[in-house]
Write a protein that binds this ligand. Structure first.
Ligand code: 6PG
Length: 258
C-alpha cells in the first residue's frame, strides 16, 4: 500500500537540516502551548546530528521552555555510556549539552555499564517509558519523533526482515543481530513509534533514494541491498503517526521517485 504522507523536498542536506530544525522548534512551541511537559524522541544518523546542530544554532531555540521537555531515544546502540558509538553522546555534543534541560528529563538508554545485557536494557527502558505515561497508557505521548532512515529502509533499529519489526508491544525491544553495527541495540517498537503525535522521516542523499521510493510505494527493496525482496514494505513505510507522518528530504533522496 502506498503512503499519502506529505513529502517536503529541500534543495540539499544543509537546508534540510536547517528547515527541519526550525520546524522542530516551532512544533515544540506549539505543543507547549497545549500541554506540558512535552516528550520528543531522537535517533542517530548523520542528517539528524546535522539537524540537532542546526537547532543549537537557531535563535528560535529560546522560544522553547526546555525545562519542560523530555528527551527519549528512538534507538540506542548497546555500548557503555559515553562511548563514541552512542546516539545520545552525539546528541549531547550536537545540542543537548547546550540546553537548560533537566537531567532527569533526558532519558538515556542504559548500557552494559549499567545493566546485565541488551534485554535488561530494553526492559528498563520500557519501564521508564511507562513511568512517564498518562494513567492507563504504556508510553508517554511523544509530540515529535525524529527518525533517520538507512539505505535498506530501516528506521530506529527496526531492520527489514528482522523479527523485531513484528513486535506488537508498546515500549522498547532488544535487537541482538543488527545488520548495521554494532549488532546489539535497543529500539522503540513500531507500535510505539506509531503512537506519536508526529513522526518525521528525515532523509538526505542519493544513497537513500531507492529506500525512499520503496517506503512511499509500500514495497520492499531487493535482498542485494539489504531488503527482503518479498514485496512487504520496508520498515520506514510502515510508520504511521497518530497525527501526522511527514517526509522531510533533500532533492537527491527523491531521485528514484517516478
Ligand atoms: C542508528 C540510527 C539509525 C539511523 C539511520 C540513518 O542508531 O544507527 O538510529 O536508524 O538513523 O541508519 O543513519 P545515517 O543518516 O547515518 O545513514
Amino acid at each position: 500500500m502506498s503512503t499519502t504522507a506529505p513529502v517536503v523536498v529541500h534543495p540539499d542536506g544543509e537546508l534540510l537540516a536547517r528547515a527541519t530544525a526550525a520546524r522542530f522548534l516551532l512544533a515544540l512551541v506549539d505543543a507547549q502551548s497545549v500541554a506540558t511537559p512535552v516528550h520528543v524522541a531522537l535517533t542517530g544518523g548523520s542528517i539528524l546530528v546535522d539537524t540537532l546542530r542546526a537547532v543549537a544554532a537557531d535563535p528560535l531555540r529560546d522560544a522553547v521552555d526546555w525545562t519542560a521537555v523530555h528527551v527519549w531515544w528512538g534507538d540506542e546502540r548497546f555500548v557503555p555510556a559515553g562511548h563514541a558509538d552512542r546516539n545520545d553522546r552525539e546528541a549531547v555534543e550536537a545540542l543537548l549539552g547546550d540546553l537548560p534541560l533537566r537531567p532527569e528529563h533526558v532519558h538515556a538508554v542504559p548500557g552494559p555499564d549499567a545493566v546485565a545485557d541488551v534485554d535488561a536494557a530494553a526492559r528498563a527502558y520500557t519501564e521508564e517509558l511507562a513511568r512517564h505515561a498518562a494513567p492507563g497508557e504504556a508510553v508517554p505521548e511523544l509530540a515529535v519523533v525524529l527518525l533517520g532512515m538507512g539505505p535498506d529502509g530501516h528506521v530506529a533499529s527496526l531492520f527489514p526482515g528482522r523479527p523485531s519489526l513484528g513486535d506488537q508491544s508498546l515500549g522498547a525491544l532488544a535487537e541482538h543481530d543488527s545488520p548495521k553495527p554494532p549488532p546489539e541495540r535497543i529500539s522503540l517498537t513500531l507500535p510505539t513509534l506509531c503512537t506519536a503525535h508526529q513522526v518525521w522521516l528525515v532523509v538526505s542523499g542519493e544513497g537513500k533514494a531507492p529506500a525512499v521510493a520503496a517506503a512511499l510505494e509500500g514495497t520492499s527493496l531487493p535482498e542485494a541491498v539489504g531488503g527482503t525482496g518479498d514485496g512487504e514494505s520496508v520498515p520506514a513505510g510502515r510508520v504511521q503517526a497518530r497525527g501526522r507522518t511527514l517526509w522531510l528530504v533533500d532533492l537527491a533522496a527523491t531521485s528514484a521517485l517516478p
